[in-house]
Every structure is written in C-alpha cells, then in structure tokens.
Design a protein around this ligand. Structure first.
Ligand code: SOE
Length: 388
C-alpha cells in the first residue's frame, strides 16, 4: 500500500499554488507513487488568508501559527513557500521536530543562514530539498544525460541567461523581492541562482566569478495590500515610493572547478523576455542549446554527424526521455511549469521512500548560496572573487 504522508505547507502565495497543485497531481502522473502527499495544513500570515488558501488549494486545515504546525506529531513533511526571510527559522524548527523539508529557492538570504539550515537538517537526519525546479524540465535532464554519457565530450563553455521583464517598468510595485531584509539580494538570489543551480547540475561546481551588478530603479511605489504582486499588474505612479536596496541585474564571467569557463546573465528588466532561461554548452564533441520558452525541445549538435548533416537538431522530449514514463505519452503534448513542480514533488517523495537525499538538497542550496555571495562581492569589488 502506498504510504500517505501529511504535508504542512507554509505560505499560500504563488509558490503555494504551484506546490499544492503538484501534491494533488503527482500520483496521477507517477503511479505507483512513492507516497500520497496529503494536503493536511496550510499556514498563512493571518487566519483569513490561511482559510482562503485552505479552500482554494484543497487542504484539510488552516492555521496562522507555523511554529505550532511544524511541531505537530501528525505532520511528516514541512514545505516552505514563504518569502526568503523566514526560510531559515522555519527550516531549523522543522528539522528539530524531525520533519522532512522541501524549501523554496533560494535556500536563504545569506551564507550564514544557509549554513545554519544545512547544519540543522544534517543533525536531525531528515530528508531535505531546495526547490530549483528547472532541473526537472525533461529537456534539461536530457542534456545532463547526454553530458554524462560523454556525447558532447569535455565541457569547454557554459552560457546561461535568465531574463524576465516583470519589473522593467519603474512604476511596478516594491515587491519584497526588492528589499534586502526580506529577499537577501535581487536578481542574484531570485533568478541567477536558478542558472547557478543549472550550471552546477550540468557542468559542475563554479570556482570563481567576475561580476557586474547594477540597480536601475532605486525606488518603487509601495505595494497596495498584503499580497505580493509581481510586475506591472498594479501600477501606482502616484503612490508613496520605497527604496530598492538590491541588484536589478547581474552579468558575470565564470570559472568552473573542472576547467570550463562561461558566463551568466540575470535580469528582470529585459523588456520582451518572459521566462527566458537559456543554456548553451559547448563540448569537445558537440553542443547543447536549451531555451525554457521552448521547453519541450532540446537542440543538440554532434560533431561526428556526417559533414552534409552537421548542425543543430531538435529533440522533442517525450516517453523516451527522462521522466517520460510518468509524464505525457506523446512528445510535443507540452511540458509546463506545473510539470516541473510535479516531477520535483515525485523526486522529493521518492527520496523519502528510499531514505536517500535528493538533489538539489540543502548541501547543493548552500553551494549555490556561496556562488550568490561571490557574485555580490565581485559586483562590489570589481574583482574576480573565489566561491567559498
Ligand atoms: C520571479 O522572478 C520568479 O517568480 C522567481 O522567483 C521564480 O523562482 C521563477 O521561477 C519565476 O520568476
């Protein structure tokens, strides 16, 4: 009999929606499921918000007291979907209570917080995961398979971008993502860390960075209401403005421990770009190109193809590819953001069932935090900065 596991989800916003949907759908895709996640309790800032999240996301109970909830004996899994400023506090308490933990990215605001979280889960011996979901795109997992099989040879160069435009308008609201005390950093923590995670997954550890960071909009209108509004959904030109004290954009050169070189760019000010995560990897025997805005496809070039057929070919991911057994039966039906979260949920509960740490876990999240810290430092010093 597949085990039912009780989930306490802390945070009922955008990420709460994505995770709740994955809990409901995971066993529908991956059957037999490693466990049936039961949506037991959802926690939000006020009782009213928690009750609304309960009804919307199909949880049994609602609460505004996360500390009481994570200490309940009937909770198996704590899922942290809050802004970054409370990740550490909740994760450490949940680890002490012996709960398995999945935490939204970035793991923490600072290296110190990430280290404390890692120490806590190690001491508790629980399963832990940080939700860098884009690794779970089948085309990205396929890229990793090709690399592991040596099909593009030794990696020479990695180029990664994450470009969005939801904050390009200077009158879009002052989300918590622009406030250092809540977010830790700006484009670095919010989206460059996704690229760092993908670089670590596909190429290996980043050793040194040389970055430029900049803040284009030093103030933004204060947000109306408690719910975080990404982007220009709510423009409030005349509203009182608050200070932006984080980076809007980062551009960096990279040196990898294994000898590859590369670059990374991340911004939420790139008009016309939506969720433009691109990866291009050149090896001694071929190349790989991926663009999340065309996420069913992996572009691959193998140098030993016949001379008259050389060039990038498009592989549409489907049943023959990673996670193909559980996802859709025909290539091209469409992989979306939801599927990446469903696969993430599957990998997390599989790790619990096998009592083996998944990846990326808090150790990986900590290493990513070290790179984020090096990017910020390098942005300030204008020098190459070592990671760690
Ligand atoms: C905003 O930039 C955001 O919601 C990020 O926080 C997520 O990690 C990313 O996946 C989508 O965009």
């Amino acid at each position: 009999m597949t085990k039912v596991m009780n989930v306490a989800m802390i945070g009922g916003g955008f990420m709460g929606k994505a995770h709740a949907m994955a809990y409901a759908s995971m066993p529908m895709f991956f059957w037999p499921a490693p466990a049936i996640p039961h949506r037991k309790v959802v926690v939000d800032v006020t009782d009213g918000m928690a009750e609304e999240a309960r009804r919307r996301y199909g949880f049994e109970e609602a609460s505004s007291d996360w500390r009481a909830v994570v200490n309940r004996p009937d909770i198996d899994v704590v899922d942290i979907c809050t802004p970054n400023n409370v990740h550490a506090e909740i994760a450490i308490e949940a680890a002490k209570a012996g709960k398995h933990i999945i935490c939204e990215k970035p793991l923490a605001r600072t290296v110190e917080e990430a280290r404390a979280m890692l120490d806590a889960v190690k001491a508790a011996g629980v399963i832990h995961m940080v939700a860098f979901n884009y690794r779970r795109t089948p085309a990205v997992a396929l890229a990793r398979k090709y690399i592991e099989e040596g099909r593009i040879g030794r990696i020479l160069n990695f180029r990664g971008t994450y470009l969005q435009d939801w904050s390009a308008d200077p009158d879009s609201p002052l989300s918590w993502r622009f406030q250092k005390k809540i977010a830790g950093s700006g484009s670095v923590g919010d989206i460059a860390t996704h690229v760092v995670d993908l670089a670590h997954y596909l190429v290996g550890p980043i050793a040194e960075v040389n970055a430029l960071t900049t803040t284009y909009n030093k103030t933004r209108p204060l947000q109306q209401g408690g719910v975080d509004k990404l982007g220009a959904a709510e423009k409030a030109k005349d509203a009182e403005r608050g200070e932006v004290d984080v980076d809007d954009e980062v551009v960096s050169m990279l040196k990898f421990e294994g000898g590859a070189i590369g670059s990374l760019e991340a911004t939420r000010n790139a008009y016309g770009r939506n969720n433009f995560i691109t990866l291009e990897i050149h090896g001694t025997k071929g190349s790989i190109h991926f663009n999340y805005e065309r996420r069913d496809e992996l572009q691959v070039m193998f140098a030993d193809d016949p001379a008259d057929a050389r060039g990038f070919r498009t592989v549409y991911t489907g049943p023959a590819h990673p996670y193909g057994d559980g996802l859709w039966p025909i290539p091209g039906l469409g992989i979306g953001y939801s599927e990446t979260k469903i696969v993430e949920c599957y990998d997390f509960f599989s790790a619990i069932a096998k009592n083996r740490q998944p990846s990326p876990n808090f150790e990986d999240g900590f290493l990513t935090e070290l790179v984020a810290d090096a990017l910020i430092r390098s942005g300030e010093t204008g020098q190459w900065e070592k990671v760690g």
